[in-house]
Design a protein around this ligand. Structure first.
Ligand SMILES: NC(=O)c1ccc[n+]([C@@H]2O[C@H](COP(=O)([O-])OP(=O)(O)OC[C@H]3O[C@@H](n4cnc5c(N)ncnc54)[C@H](OP(=O)(O)O)[C@@H]3O)[C@@H](O)[C@H]2O)c1
Length: 274
């Protein structure tokens, strides 16, 4: 079994440095079987969200794995459309009921504004602060081991800190070769916020780049492994998604090689085909 390295969050909680992504994996057999494959392959960190609609099947696969609850790091997210203090408390309860667990390892505000809204995310600051206060309460009550945000830029995080004095442990953002999010990463470093890199393969588009395959060959690795290793070497936590058991397993085989500094720079600047 692959020995997955762990990161330490600012509150000393350990988090496996690669997580299994579950966006667009339909609830039911596919989510159940994929999560089961991931746990069998050695993943101990599962990333889901209320908005993915698959918490039930993900939770069932976790339960049926017979692994100890404390050996699996489970993340879920508060829907971007649902904001406010009581709303967040109610939605948290719904999420843990759906997953069939009695606590979460990480809970995130999914986005600073509802998907599809044309408003500036700062218009939602008051509501995000109310959600954040609920997150802090759940954290202080011991129902969540770490709390954070997703898709937040520095100017969206600062109001949360100003209002509560509580800095998120994690910010989960779109980050892959060619999309480095330097400003958000820099803010995170200054505040000791761990960056989780979602869509580490640009939702599959990365594989259309010849460059990534070319560099991967030098290391006797495939393009997926190279992209995930690149993310780790930047100090991020990648969240690869796959429903294919061979890929689920190969995406974890990334701890036995080191990308050179010059190749890191080359991967930084890869242009992802649309
Ligand atoms: N917080 C947010 O707003 C947010 C947004 C997007 C994503 N996320 C999180 O990040 C996770 C990953 O992002 P994503 O779902 O956009 O996709 P991704 O991981 O960037 O890419 C997934 C795609 O790549 C394919 N793939 C996976 N491994 C491969 C390999 N080794 N070789 C070739 N193809 C491979 C998959 O195909 P198969 O599945 O067919 O194998 C799928 O089509 C999500 O599942 C979710 O947990 C969060």
């Amino acid at each position: 079994m692959i020995n997955i390295k762990q990161y330490e969050l600012s509150n000393k909680v350990l988090i496996p440095s690669v997580g299994f992504g579950t966006w667009q994996i339909p609830n039911g057999e596919i989510a159940y079987e994929s999560t089961k494959s991931a746990l069998e392959a050695g993943y101990r960190h599962i990333d889901t969200a209320a908005a993915y609609g698959n918490e039930e099947s993900v939770g069932k696969a976790i339960k049926d794995s017979l692994l100890k609850r404390e050996d699996i790091f489970i993340t879920s997210k508060l829907k971007a459309e649902l904001k406010g203090y009581q709303v967040a408390l109610d939605e948290f309860q719904r999420t843990i009921d759906n997953l069939g667990v009695d606590y979460l390892d990480l809970y995130l505000i999914h986005a600073p504004k509802p998907w599809g809204s044309n408003l500036d995310p700062l218009e939602f600051s008051v509501l995000n602060i109310e959600s954040w206060k609920a997150f802090v309460k759940l954290y202080n009550d011991g129902l969540i081991r770490a709390i954070g945000v997703s898709n937040f830029k520095p100017e969206h995080i600062q109001p949360l800190i100003d209002a509560t004095g509580f800095v998120p442990h994690v910010n989960q953002i779109y980050l892959c070769p060619g999309a480095l999010q330097l400003e958000t990463v820099d803010f995170a470093k200054k505040h000791n916020i761990l960056i989780e890199a979602y869509s580490p393969f640009a939702t599959g588009r990365l594989f259309k780049s010849d460059k990534i395959h070319e560099i991967a060959k030098k290391y006797n690795k495939d393009a997926g492994q190279l992209a995930l290793r690149w993310s780790l070497q930047h100090g991020h936590l990648p969240l690869p998604k796959s429903i294919t058991s061979a890929r689920i397993a190969s995406n974890l085989d990334i701890f036995d090689f080191e990308i050179s500094a010059s190749d890191m720079l080359e991967i930084d600047s890869i242009q992802i085909p649309r």
